[in-house]
Write a protein that binds this ligand. Structure first.
Ligand SMILES: [Zn+2]
Ligand SMILES: [Zn+2]
Length: 86
């Protein structure tokens, strides 16, 4: 279906969906800040200068696999568990 075939209701549905996904962005960002603080409080400094470390395991840098997960050995966490650039 092409963009200009959308009904008003369908356009609104897309807009609402997009807004919900942006909420998710904010939520993930909050969770990440909490995750970082928790690690730092326990003496673990995630080094995210030019790496994207995982907050769910000691994975030092995200290695993206096709399925949207990290393919680094022992990690396999989703991309959003990692410290992505803000
Ligand atoms: Zn990882
Ligand atoms: Zn991980």
């Amino acid at each position: 279906m092409r963009q200009n075939d959308l009904t008003e209701a369908q356009k609104q549905a897309f807009e609402q969906n997009e807004a919900d996904f942006r909420n998710l962005d904010d939520h993930v960002r909050d969770i990440r800040e909490t995750a970082r603080a928790r690690l730092t409080a326990n003496g673990w400094e995630p080094d995210s200068n030019d790496t994207r470390p995982c907050f769910s395991c000691p994975c030092p840098d995200l290695q993206v696999a096709a399925q949207g997960k990290c393919q680094r050995g022992g990690c396999h966490h989703p991309i959003y568990d990692h410290d992505l650039p803000r």
